[in-house]
Design a protein around this ligand. Structure first.
Ligand code: ZN
Length: 347
């Protein structure tokens, strides 16, 4: 090291001058080499890019005109290396395409899960919806298909019901009707037995005009109104004419709803089980088990619940478990009795 230093030490004096003259040649030489290398690399790059741009177009043109054998297609590098583009998820299970030729009870029906016709089928209807928008969103987020019945006098119904339909749920109008108890208030524009027929019709039209995309109607309260055969005939005839189904909530044992709907030949059903007359988890589970047992013995059952936190929580756990036991959750429209094919009348 000392030797090295000794040898190198004298050198620095002339170095600056030499450096000024000598580097000229090697620099020019290296510059030329660099320029050549850059030129070559650019040329290769341009050819490569041009090739890349040309190749897919040529292949696409070829593929469009000449049917290629699978092995030929597989041998083409760019086609082989390009993974197939994932298609957008099919929307038909969420909000089926609308067929204007069908009556609304079929036009707006939610999709029935595949294979449901071979299983015990259960429709879960949640009504009294719309006043608590957060609760309606939670019901809409339950495993589909839930049938969701909205009160017509609630606010922001077009947005609330559209959200439900986009989540794959089915819609009903929860039609306010007169209860037997005078202390219970069925709400604005409720159907009352002592109203003149024209006013009942006007109120019915108002209740059916608040949102769209519903398959039919179930009664809110109505223990008095549903027991009145004349009033029910007036209302059900109008609903039948509009191609809507009727679900009798059966708030009264003496309801004339099912008998008149059957006589009119309109699609109809009746509630079998109320899920949450008692608002606690154990009681709700007991009712769900009752509904499941009924679906197994009769082939189908209709349960009605309400947007209480306890009911929503119970359904969130119970639905997947019931499915594993072979129960098919179906929309109400798939369980209604429709004696004859119903077509939409002129009004
Ligand atoms: Zn109700």
């Amino acid at each position: 090291m000392a030797l090295g230093l000794a040898v190198e030490t004298p050198a620095p004096a002339p170095a600056p001058r030499r450096k000024a003259k000598r580097p000229a040649k090697p620099q020019r030489k290296w510059l030329a080499v660099h320029a050549l290398a850059v030129l070559a690399a650019t040329a290769v790059g341009v050819m490569y890019v041009a090739d890349l741009m040309r190749q897919p177009a040529a292949e696409a043109a070829l593929a469009a005109t000449v049917p290629l054998a699978p092995e030929v297609r597989a041998a083409m590098p760019s086609l082989k290396s390009t993974p197939p583009m994932p298609l957008p998820r099919p929307a038909q299970n969420i909000a089926p395409p609308v067929d204007d030729d069908l009556p609304p009870w079929r036009r707006y029906a939610a999709a029935v899960p595949a294979g449901a016709e071979h299983q015990p089928r259960l429709a879960i209807v949640i009504d009294d919806l719309g006043l608590n928008e957060a609760a309606a969103r939670k019901v809409a987020d339950l495993p589909r298909p839930i049938t969701m019945a909205f009160l017509p006098y609630a606010r922001n119904l077009p947005a609330q019901t559209l959200n439900a339909r986009l989540k794959g749920q089915e819609l009903l109008v929860h039609l306010p009707m007169e209860p037997a108890s005078p202390s219970a208030d069925p709400g604005r524009n409720a159907l009352l037995t002592d109203l003149p027929p024209a006013e009942i019709e006007r109120r019915l039209d108002w209740n059916l005009s608040r949102f769209s995309g519903f398959v039919g109607v179930n009664n809110h309260m109505g223990s008095r109104f549903t027991a009145d055969a004349d009033a029910m005939t007036l209302v059900l005839r109008k609903l039948a004419g509009k191609g809507l189904l009727f679900l009798d909530s059966r708030t009264a044992e003496q309801s004339a709803g099912v008998r008149i709907a059957a006589a009119l030949g309109m699609p109809h059903g009746a509630r079998n089980v109320f899920l949450d007359n008692e608002r606690n988890a154990d009681a709700i589970l007991t009712q769900l088990e009752k509904a499941e047992a009924m679906a197994r013995t009769r082939g189908q059952a209709i349960a009605i619940g309400h947007p209480h936190a306890q009911t929503i929580a119970a359904l969130r756990d119970w639905i997947p478990a019931a499915r594993r036991r072979g129960i098919a959750l179906v929309p109400l429209s798939s369980l209604v009795k429709a004696p004859a094919p119903v077509t939409v009348a002129s009004r």
